[in-house]
Design a protein around this ligand. Structure first.
Ligand SMILES: Nc1nc2c(ncn2[C@@H]2O[C@H](COP(=O)(O)OP(=O)(O)OP(=O)(O)O)[C@@H](O)[C@H]2O)c(=O)[nH]1
Ligand SMILES: [Mg+2]
Length: 305
């Protein structure tokens, strides 16, 4: 074969981002992809199902898989989330464990480190949130974590500032196997817009509601109608568990739901690249957390027990 005929081998593969709740997995996914595909909040357990974000790096197409945080599950929903996270890790070509560098190794991280032994894919360590501490602390932490599990490599990043993210992306792109790209070049997410829209509204709920409420609620897009003027009419339902929670979600004079709706509408319009009319409905469903239909909507397997 002459030089002119030399074919460039493309690469394509899945990199799962796993870690304890709040480690910064979704923030890192968005930074790697360069676009917001997964919701983020200051609260734990924000991500509930696998979220794929697609990035191109040289000859490689990398499908980053954001996963729910891994923790000791109590409720049925928790179990479904943790199972989905380990499932995402099990199916990946490379597993990246994110550790909040400020927190270091705690009980949650120890459990994940033990679980890594069962995976076949190569694992790398990503110390995240390096903007929050002295560089000198990082070396000690690297040694400490690697004593629990022999990672292929350790990276230090700030998903928030972007520090170290391009380097990490280049290295991960070289680790995925050779093969044809699975998605069109300009695609950053495989999620349908109606699901992304529900997630955006859920993010606004997580921002504005506190205590148990975010964990006892879920959001679904019921309808999405294209109007003749090019705008979309979207109806969503916020499911909550108790009647008493309704007045908190709605707020005094409807203030809370209005703020949630306004913030969500703006962001959904940006994602859909069209004008959006958003209608939010609040429904009390004491057993939504045990309803298989809600899990299907979220993209989760329904755990029998
Ligand atoms: N200072 C700092 N904060 C960060 C960084 N990365 C993420 N965060 C913050 O950490 C919080 C949690 O971020 P997420 O990306 O939602 O974390 P997650 O791991 O996806 O959390 P779950 O989905 O709940 O498991 C948010 O407030 C982020 O802004 C970082 O590099 N530096
Ligand atoms: Mg997340």
């Amino acid at each position: 074969m002459s030089a002119a005929e030399t074919k460039v081998e493309t690469r394509c593969g899945f990199v799962a981002l796993i870690g304890a709740p709040n480690a910064g997995k979704s923030t890192l996914l968005n930074a790697l992809v360069g676009s917001k595909v997964s919701i983020v909040s200051r609260k734990v357990q924000t991500t509930r199902a696998l979220v794929r974000g697609i990035a191109i790096e040289g000859v490689a197409q990398v499908i980053f898989v954001d996963t729910p945080g891994i923790f000791a599950p109590r409720r049925r929903l928790d179990r479904a989330m943790v199972t989905s996270a380990w499932g995402g890790a099990g199916d990946a070509d490379v597993v990246a464990l994110l550790v909040d560098a400020r927190k270091g190794i705690d009980e949650e991280v120890e459990v994940i480190l033990a679980g890594l032994q069962k995976l076949k894919a190569p694992a790398i360590l990503v110390l995240n949130k390096i903007d929050t501490l002295e560089r000198s602390m990082l070396l000690k932490l690297t040694t400490e974590v690697n004593a629990h599990f022999a990672f292929r490599e350790t990276f230090m990043v700030s998903a928030l500032t972007g520090d170290g993210v391009p380097h990490l992306k280049t290295k991960l792109a070289a680790m995925v196997p050779e093969g044809p790209w699975l998605y069109p070049e300009d695609q950053v997410s495989d999620a349908p817009l109606r699901l992304l829209a529900a997630e955006i509204t859920r993010e606004k709920l997580f921002e504005r509601l506190h205590d148990e409420l975010p964990y006892q609620s879920t959001v679904e897009t019921d309808s999405w109608k294209e109007l003749p003027d090019g705008s979309a009419r979207i109806e969503q339902t916020i499911y909550i568990a108790r009647e008493g929670q309704k007045k908190i979600v709605i707020g005094e004079g409807g203030r809370t739901i209005k703020a949630i709706g306004q913030a969500a509408r703006k962001e959904i319009a940006g994602a859909a690249e069209q004008k959006v009319h958003l209608f939010l409905f609040v429904k009390v469903r004491p057993n939504w957390i045990d309803d298989p239909e809600r899990y299907r909507e979220m993209g989760l397997e329904f755990p029998r027990m």
